[in-house]
Ligand binder design. Structure first.
Ligand SMILES: [Fe+2]
Length: 302
């Protein structure tokens, strides 16, 4: 009920009041391919240069329409990532578009696989229906599970958690999922561990498990960012008020989090916060410790 009211206030009303022009402008905006290099201190030489295409928060529905799916697929295909991670909010309040979304997700392909987790918006109408149809279609929707992928003589752990409300619940599912992936304390450390979680708060328990990289969405980067110089930190966005991890790259010890600004929206406006597909390149840290954690960014538009 709350979600329906929110949808009426922030999606339907602006579309109706603007006679659809907000929606058309929203769908005409460019979708960026945001490239980031993440230097991981423990990455084996064999995985140096591994790329992950990360997309999230498509919110296909009334605002970001199913007609946008081919354009999204084009940007993802142009990234040519070694693996693809989709971190939830595929749909927005209606299952009517699910066949189109599932057909589009089927077209994603990458040499090391396509991994997905659900977001809160996927569960607003019929959570069981959503999960059943994704799984019946053979899509790899990870609900508190992990896969061990062998590549170039390395063992990678790719884990994904279900959407649960509340920090405590999220911590529990992250903890249980990662513990189950390493059944005994003597199991050797993975060469690379990744966690997909819609909510970026998953980073806190992920750090305790020394996950190398957590991928999240949910915040949309705040959608509205006031420019540099507004605060001492540089910029101020809506998500900064509600989330510890509003957008971009975060590091704690040797663990990283990337929070994408996402593709869709809950309101037909983005200010200084473009929709994006992210291409993350993992690099092995050089021998000098002071250079660990170097991050390089660039954007191209599609
Ligand atoms: Fe979202």
């Amino acid at each position: 009920m709350r979600a329906t009211l929110r949808h009426v206030a922030f999606t339907s009303a602006p579309l109706w009041l603007s006679r659809g022009s907000f929606g058309r402008a929203h769908n005409n905006r460019p979708l960026c391919l945001a490239r980031h290099t993440i230097t991981l201190p423990n990455l084996p030489q064999a995985l140096d240069g591994l790329t992950i295409t990360h997309l999230s928060d498509l919110h296909i529905g009334r605002l970001t329409t199913a007609a946008q799916l081919p354009r999204i697929l084009e940007v993802v295909a142009s990234a040519k990532g070694d693996m693809i991670a989709v971190t939830g909010d595929f749909i927005d309040l209606s299952l009517k578009v699910l066949d189109d979304v599932i057909a589009a997700m089927h077209k994603l392909s990458a040499p090391l696989g396509v991994y997905m987790v659900p977001g809160n918006h996927d569960y607003l109408v019929d959570p069981h229906g959503f999960v059943d149809r994704f799984r019946a279609a053979g899509l790899r929707l990870m609900l508190n599970e992990a896969e061990i992928v062998e590549h170039a003589g390395c063992r990678m752990c790719i884990a994904g958690v279900d959407f649960v409300h509340g920090k405590r619940g999220l911590s529990r599912v992250v903890h249980d999922t990662l513990r189950a992936a390493r059944p005994t304390p003597s199991t050797p450390r993975f060469d690379l561990s990744l966690l997909l979680a819609h909510h970026p708060d998953a980073f806190d328990p992920a750090c305790r498990h020394r996950v190398d990289l957590t991928l999240s969405g949910h915040t949309h980067g705040g959608q509205f960012i006031l420019g540099n110089g507004v605060t001492r930190k540089g910029s101020l966005g809506l998500a900064s008020l509600t989330s510890r991890y509003p957008r971009g790259l975060y590091r704690r010890d040797n663990s990283y989090l990337y929070v994408t600004t996402g593709i869709g929206a809950w309101f037909p406006l983005r200010v200084n916060c473009p929709a994006e597909v992210a291409l993350l390149t993992l690099r092995r840290a050089p021998a000098h410790p002071h250079r660990h954690g170097h991050v390089h960014h660039s954007h191209t538009q599609a």
